[in-house]
Design a protein around this ligand. Sequence first.
Ligand SMILES: Nc1ncnc2c1ncn2[C@@H]1O[C@H](COP(=O)(O)OP(=O)(O)OP(=O)(O)O)[C@@H](O)[C@H]1O
Length: 234
Amino acid sequence: MGNEYIIEANHVSKKFKKAYAINDLSISVRKNSVYGLLGPNGAGKSTLLKMITGIVRPTSGEILFDNHPWTRKDLLNIGSLIESPPLYENLTAFENLKVRAALMGTGIDKCNEILQKMDLADTKNKKTSDFSLGMKQRLGIALALLNSPQLLVLDEPTNGLDPFGIEELRTMIRSFAESGISVIISSHILSEVQQVADDIGIIYNGSLLYQDNIDASENLEQLFMEIIRKERAS
Ligand SMILES: Nc1ncnc2c1ncn2[C@@H]1O[C@H](COP(=O)(O)OP(=O)(O)OP(=O)(O)O)[C@@H](O)[C@H]1O
């Protein structure tokens, strides 16, 4: 049997000037699972995800990707959508994918397959400047899937989406995990994470306060509030 985890962060810290955004934090993300990263504003979620995707370098500690120390090469196996999707607004969805595919040496067939998978196949000649927010998010994820990653990192992917868009994305995220892609998703919308995640981690002030499996019967809101309140009071 291979290694159980796609990502393990061991005692990772990130200091910006004088303050720690992440402070001695350790998490483990199981393969083929959806991991929900929760925490209030400013908790350090984005900073952690940026370290996993190589945008920010840890000040100390180590991140393992599939049981070896993270290196830039691992980015070939990581797809990410952090902040807004990097789109050429004057191009169509297919053209956006084609540009990225050419850079990565990926074939056109893959672009068509992903357009289909992300429910964008019928956008034809529409420029992405005319896309709805949901379509733009889906195209952002499509771009992240182009290199057939083992890990998909999504930072607040449902921000600004309507309930239909959120539901659609949830179904897609579940299907990724079922097809062998591990997913890390950050959010501060608890109900949304509860419906999609297998495991959750709650971070606050740069530290991990809680990590466990989650199921529908759990009162996540109560758990979250209790954990954060207890920490604030200490
Ligand atoms: N480039 C930077 N320079 C200085 N401080 C930063 C930088 N990036 C993040 N921080 C600080 O690190 C802390 C954590 O920020 P981060 O964006 O990771 O939190 P978050 O949990 O993603 O918050 P939100 O839910 O509001 O997006 C904050 O105090 C933030 O001000």
